[in-house]
Design a protein around this ligand. Structure first.
Ligand code: NIG
Ligand code: FE
Length: 422
């Protein structure tokens, strides 16, 4: 006898399953919009996992027991929990002062070259205690959860010395243990050369390779990332560093083509990177090459709130990427400099407005493809039996309202691992 359901959501106006694509690759091309929506549906959970999803007409009443918690979600949309696949969660202080300078016309790279930007957050982060950093990370995770994020990637990268970088990774892991949102860690020690290595980026990378990477366990910190950009690391230095990280068993990520087309995305895809992030300056031809080099598995993570916040005209040509067959995901890039926003819905909306994504494509980009971008596709990103019961009840009856109510948070209820978070 199958066990009764523990939690049952019934009479949903729409269930956005995100199911129906190829099992072995992120969604690309027309598949990105071609996942299944069930009208008047249900989602049933058993313990921590999804047990069944379908139309109300197919609900097995025999699995409703006296202890089944039944939630009527008439007039509402059900969908998988959002997957936030690129954040810089742990940092000290903020950069409201620099925001004023940016509004007066100073550029992101000028501020960085003058010792501000990332380096000013490094000073504040080094000066903060573990407890201060943890409390700040927990505060931000709670904010993400309210927006419906149930899995989140968190990068280090504001320590820029061996001891502080290790501390930031530990803080992110501790934050993951203290609250329900699942945290996936990435090592971004190679954010920019540490202030002690000014003008010596290759020496700085050698220090990370010698002193930090050997201390990390890929089962706890599965990814290594690098910022490939003028003022950060060259394509050649990035290649050498990522190759070594791959030999040590880490998955690879890169921040590339954010402000210039240097070829970092292409290089990382050739090394089998799980994602290439930013891509605002990646051309349509470049995207086709990344799609081919990444064999359909490298996801382009687009961060539309960053050009918005940096007052930049150029946005990644997401529509062209999709037409070139490159899988895309969306993220906020939450960080204190280029995007202090946790509103992934706003990122989805700006992607529709400025990158040419359709609502269905954008929804896949914040769920299943975002899960692929952090290797979590077996656990989350779609509503399918056996996956973790991470789901959202939304206060709208139709998914087309999601990009429409600009800046609003549509989340009414969040379920993580079968637990309804009130
Ligand atoms: O992803 N581009 C590099 N790093 C971050 C910004 C970090 C900062 O400005 O503090 C990003 O945009
Ligand atoms: Fe980033």
């Amino acid at each position: 006898m199958p066990q009764p359901y523990s939690l049952l959501f019934c009479h949903a106006a729409q269930v956005l399953t995100l199911a129906g694509g190829p099992p072995d690759k992120p969604l690309a091309g027309t598949d990105l919009a071609d996942w299944r929506i069930i009208e008047h549906g249900y989602v049933a959970c058993q313990g921590e996992a999804i047990a069944a999803v379908g139309p109300m007409s197919e609900l097995d009443a025999g699995r409703i027991g006296p202890d089944t918690r039944i939630v009527d979600v008439s007039g509402r949309v059900l969908m998988p929990g959002l997957v936030e696949c690129h954040t810089h969660l742990v940092f000290g202080g903020n950069r409201a002062d620099e925001f004023q300078r940016k509004l007066q016309g100073e550029s992101y790279l000028d501020i960085l070259a003058a010792g501000g930007g990332i380096l000013s957050t490094v000073r504040k982060t080094r000066a903060a205690s573990d407890e201060e950093l943890l409390q700040s990370a927990l505060h931000h995770l709670e904010g993400f959860r309210r927006y419906g994020v149930t899995t989140l990637e968190a990068k280090s990268g504001y320590g820029l010395d061996a001891a502080t970088e290790l501390r930031l990774l530990q803080v992110a892991q501790e934050a993951g243990r203290r609250q329900p949102v699942r945290v996936v860690s990435t090592f971004l020690g190679a954010h920019v050369p540490g202030p002690e290595y000014k003008g010596r980026p290759a020496d700085y990378l050698d220090m990370l390779l010698a002193e930090v990477l050997p201390e990390l366990n890929p089962t706890e910190v599965p990814f290594v990332d690098i910022f490939c950009e003028e003022g950060a690391f060259s394509v050649d230095d990035s290649r050498r560093y990522l190759q070594r990280a791959r030999e040590l068993g880490f998955g690879l990520k890169i921040h590339a083509e954010q402000l210039h087309e240097l070829g970092g995305c292409q290089m990382a895809a050739e090394l089998g990177a799980i994602s290439v992030d930013h891509c605002d300056y990646l051309s349509a031809e470049g995207a086709a090459q990344v799609a081919a080099a990444g064999q359909g598995r490298t996801v382009a993570v687009l961060l539309p709130l960053v050009p918005l916040y940096l007052r930049q005209e150029k946005y990644a040509p997401g529509r062209q990427f999709i037409e070139a067959g490159l899988p895309v995901a969306l993220s906020t890039d939450f960080n204190p400099g280029s995007c202090p926003s946790k509103n992934l819905w706003l990122a989805l909306q700006v992607a529709c407005l400025k990158m040419g994504l359709t609502p269905r494509e954008a929804l896949a980009a914040v769920t299943l493809n975002a899960a692929w971008a952090i290797g979590q596709q077996a656990n989350c990103g779609s509503l399918e039996p056996g996956k973790r019961a991470d789901l959202l009840v939304l206060s709208v009856p139709d998914y087309r309202e999601l990009p429409y109510w600009l800046g609003e948070n549509p989340v009414a209820q969040v379920v993580i691992g079968g637990q309804l978070e009130e």
